[in-house]
Design a protein around this ligand. Structure first.
Ligand SMILES: Nc1ccn([C@@H]2O[C@H](COP(=O)(O)O)[C@@H](O)[C@H]2O)c(=O)n1
Length: 280
């Protein structure tokens, strides 16, 4: 924590306001989902499609090459967001075009998720269930693939009615074959513009001025830019990769930084505190 007393004061103010004033905004890949398990990388929603059911070997190879080219740019601590932007657009656009060429079938997505090694962070159920029980809205704001993300949380039995997803959704033709992607492309560093495009969602939550935000990239900090009148905001950043190179910028940007922590322990403890009435 850069400023422990600010964190404590914010948490206390959020507790006084209670769960009715709260909304939670979270990134998905490598934030709600795990970065690694037993020393092995877990797949992002895009990487879950790396499955024989859906794409052929040549396409797998091209997608992996694109990942090897662009992921290091995404997390490069020496480049500015402006420098990274065109590369991110190139990466997402190329992969989406390849996926469309593969004529992916909607009815196989659930099976691909089942066969994948995707995992939500330890303690995820406590997190999702607590939010549902307290009727606190959870916005999952992801540059990953919405159809896959929904399937992951459905298969983990936490796709509760208080969950709303903003993400890249596939557009299938009448026979259930992928033909395009819907709406504005979301990548790691344009979440601010996308948040502003979803003004209606944030308007509905205007009576909830307190925001708990979870992310794993500096771009995720802009996910709450659609909230019109924020009163208190607490940001928690998961720093999963290139820790030493990125620690300083994360500590300067997030209120709390969790280093190589594959659990939801800290968000759960904070959420539990905020949503429990103060002792009289
Ligand atoms: N073809 C791609 C494109 C992106 N990724 C990774 O997915 C993450 C998605 O974003 P979130 O907003 O859900 O965090 C992003 O950080 C990219 O590294 C990918 O794996 N393949």
């Amino acid at each position: 924590m850069r400023d422990r007393s600010r964190v404590e004061e914010t948490i206390q103010a959020m507790q006084r306001a209670g769960p009715d004033a709260l909304q939670v905004i979270s990134d998905f890949d490598m934030t709600l989902s795990r970065f690694a398990h037993n020393g092995k990388r877990c797949p992002t929603t895009h990487n879950i499609l790396d499955n024989d059911l859906l794409i052929n070997d040549a396409c797998k190879k091209m997608i992996r090459e694109l990942l090897n080219t662009y992921y290091p740019i995404e997390i490069d601590a020496t480049r500015t967001v402006e420098e990274k932007l065109p590369h991110m657009v190139e990466w997402w656009t190329s992969v989406h075009e390849l996926l469309i060429q593969q004529k992916i079938r909607r009815d196989l997505l659930a099976q691909a998720v089942k066969q994948s090694s995707a995992m939500l962070r330890e303690g995820y159920k406590v997190f999702f269930d607590r939010l549902q029980e307290q009727q606190v809205p959870l916005l999952i704001f992801s540059a990953g693939l919405g159809d896959i993300l929904e399937e992951v949380i459905r298969q983990n039995h936490v796709f509760h009615p208080n969950v709303h997803v903003i993400s890249n959704y596939m557009d299938f033709d009448q026979s259930g074959v992928l033909r395009a992607f819907k709406g504005q492309l979301i990548h790691t560093f344009n979440k601010r513009e996308c948040a502003l495009l979803h003004a209606a969602h944030f308007r509905e939550l205007k009576e909830r001025p307190n925001v708990l935000l979870l992310g794993d990239s500096l771009g995720d900090l802009t996910m709450a830019d659609g909230v019109a009148h924020t009163q208190h905001a607490l940001t928690i950043g998961f720093l999963n990769d290139q820790v030493e190179e990125r620690k300083e910028s994360y500590v300067n940007s997030y209120d709390i930084v969790l280093v190589k922590d594959e659990t939801m322990d800290i968000p759960n403890a904070i959420l539990n505190y905020i949503t429990t009435a103060p002792a009289k």
